[in-house]
Design a protein around this ligand. Sequence first.
Ligand code: SF4
Ligand code: SF4
Length: 413
Amino acid sequence: MPPTPMLDQLESGPWPSFVTGLKRLAEGDEGKAHSGIMKSLLGQLEHSYQTRKGYWKGGTVGVFGYGAGVIPRFSEVAEQYPESSEFHTLRIMPAPGFFYDTKTLRQMCDIWEEHGSGLIALHGQSGDIMFQGCRTDQVQPAWDKLNEMGFDMGGAGAGVRTAASCVGPARCEQACFDTLEAHRTIINDFTDDIHRPSLPYKLKFKFSGCANDCANATQRADVAILGTWKDDMQVDQTEVQAKVRQLGRKEFINQVIRMCPTQALGLNDDDTLDIDNKSCVRCMHCINVCTKALEPGKDRGICILVGGKRTLKIGDLMGTVVIPFMKLESEEDYEKLLELAHNMLDFFADNALEHERTGEMIERIGLVNYLEALGLPLDVNMINQPRTNSYIRTDGWEEEARKWAGRKTSAAE
Ligand code: SF4
Ligand code: SF4
């Protein structure tokens, strides 16, 4: 094992460290090929920290029939660290809702220990399963085995990228549409644009079953599909009263009534809730706090936002609502969604500049022009300046980390 004094410091904080994971792979299976790769990688990483330089360069590596999905990495210090001189990543598309059984996960681990470094990230920020660390001659055999398991290679380059969806109706009572079905329908329809990138830049679809947005669609997807409802929220006033008793009136007012962004809630003298459904913007806050007492309404569907993205040219952008509500249940609803998605992709392909995301294109040409070109009705509620700050306050972060680490230790004991 190479000495890694600087990397070791990254293990000293309260949060779990990726360095510990790398060392476990390097030391756990002494003598096996992937153990050697990880030792070499740790050596190169330490060297990078010492010299404050990165030593990876790109190149071209792929598998038959695909134009995207492998991220090539060649080391510029290969002579010093030969076993990790080629450290390519395979981006494999995740199952909708990120569902896997244990057998599948074990098979993946076996494939990657045989053909790669053993290092797998579930999941990268792209949503893909990241099989990291593979030599060029092992890329095709590793891919063939993953493909035999039923998995497909995900996004890279200027095309439709791997999609991601929240767990949705499979496990979550808040889901307002079938995120898993919608994810699979879109991905199957755009397979060509995923395998063979031909757009000015990337285009991502993400699916969250409600405005809690567990798939981070609003912040990260060019086309974000979020569940919502149109009728009145469902209320069980007996459960509301129980919640008020549990929290106390003052705390209930602090945690629920005052936190409503549109002041749509009031607490009656008998501890029942008064909801002004016309003012409710379906943010999910009160439902999250009062899970038994409140539920989304029964007339459920989706809301579509476009233009979410992380930094690059004009900074972070949150998605902007372009369809406030549409149903997504029948075959016709799905056809309508696919037609709209194709129109969005075609417009992007024809009008975006090289290396420009949908949000940046809309910023340049104007939201009104984008909506008119797609034949979407304008609404005064559509903002023309999307929110750009996707950061949250992290007051008390260290304290929370200590609590979290304490919980983990006592659970292990
Ligand atoms: Fe549940 Fe909503 Fe999160 Fe999806 S986004 S997992 S439906 S809370
Ligand atoms: Fe207010 Fe949000 Fe609850 Fe609607 S869902 S009533 S906007 S807190």
